[in-house]
Ligand binder design. Structure first.
Ligand SMILES: [Zn+2]
Ligand SMILES: [Zn+2]
Length: 341
């Protein structure tokens, strides 16, 4: 089979590898669509602490079951399938406390290699986090399951009211996924702050109530003006940049909730105004990854027929053109790109 391998930062290679064979408790999936993701761009450009290289590449996918291990029940060859690339062990300290996103072995056992014709799904993934894909849902939209699970996990602790003023910082794929998700949760007022006008244009098309593309300070002034000087009820930081993390608190009202969603580079630190944190009683959370509960909710949202995932996929590439797809993801005006092996 043909599969991309990330050899080292800046170097990916399309290789011909043996087609994977399932162990008795595994299945092999024929990948029909994989999606580009900011994480992949970061891993390619500067390396990634969780992906020692050389490594199979790509983690957002959907496809068809191509081979079934002899002990597997419930799956047959040809079944359309959607999955996330990780699964918790179910018995470590964190799993027992329902913090499966922090499971001791959740990242080490991540399934990588979605930019390939075939991908092997281990037993622990089959127990949770692998689902039948409805025929009506296109493969590329089904492949949104992973990023959408992250978004739903991040919003799990948010007590949203329909009349809340929400501000999303950043206008990339994760911000726009938040926009669609918050709408589905009933949010009536969602504003998006982004620096690149082409990206903020997508936010406008997807129905953001307000779009601010000036400086962060200008955007904050406009949010304060629009809220009688209070600030937003909910602020979600979606960039993973230290300066945006620090600015995020300034957008929130007293008693508001700030979700710092985007992971920053290792070794970075932020400064927080203690007065705002305490006397203004800001609630700050910084959710990581997802639990099976969030995956289930993401699955329900994607398959419910009301979620316009197609709007987030702004181009298609053949497997061999992955370098162009990732270049476009990083430098172009699109959102996410489907790679069709
Ligand atoms: Zn991703
Ligand atoms: Zn665990």
């Amino acid at each position: 089979m043909r599969a991309y391998v990330l050899v080292q930062p800046g170097d990916m290679a399309l290789q011909v590898l043996p087609r994977p064979v399932p162990a008795p408790d595994e299945v092999v999936v024929r990948v029909r669509a994989a999606l580009t993701c900011g994480t992949d761009v970061k891993a390619f450009v500067r390396g990634h602490p969780k992906f020692p290289m050389p490594t199979p590449f790509g983690h957002e996918f959907a496809g068809d079951v191509a081979a079934v291990g002899s002990a597997v029940r419930g799956w047959r060859e040809g079944d359309p399938v959607m999955a996330v690339p990780t699964a918790p062990c179910g018995h470590c300290y964190f799993c027992r406390r329902r913090q499966e996103n922090l499971c001791d072995s959740v990242m080490e056992t991540m399934v990588l290699g979605a930019y390939a014709e075939y991908l092997k799904i281990p037993a622990r993934h089959l127990r949770v986090n692998v689902f039948a894909k409805p025929e009506s849902l296109p493969y590329e939209e089904a492949a949104l399951l992973e990023p959408l699970s992250c978004v739903l996990h991040g919003l799990e602790s948010v007590a949203l009211r329909p009349d809340d003023r929400v501000v999303l910082l950043g206008a990339g794929a994760i911000s726009l996924l938040h926009l669609l998700t918050l709408r589905a949760m009933g949010a009536e007022h969602v504003a998006v702050v982004g620096r690149r006008p082409q990206r903020t244009e997508h936010a406008r098309k997807l129905g953001a109530d307000a779009v601010y593309s000036g400086s962060l300070a200008d955007a904050r002034d406009q949010v304060l003006t629009a809220t009688d000087g209070r600030g937003a009820d909910l602020v979600v930081e979606c960039t993973g940049q230290v300066d945006v993390w620090e600015a995020a608190l300034g957008f929130a009202r007293r008693g508001g909730h700030v979700v710092l969603f985007g992971g920053c580079p290792p070794g970075t630190q932020v400064r927080i105004d203690t007065q705002r944190l305490h006397y203004d009683q800001l609630r700050v959370s910084s959710p990581f990854h997802f639990t099976p509960r969030a995956v289930r909710r993401a699955y329900d949202l994607l398959t419910g027929g009301q979620f316009d995932g197609a709007a987030l996929i702004t181009g298609h590439f053949a497997l061999a053109d992955l370098p162009a797809a990732l270049h476009e993801h990083q430098h172009g005006d699109g959102i996410k790109f489907a790679v069709l092996p």
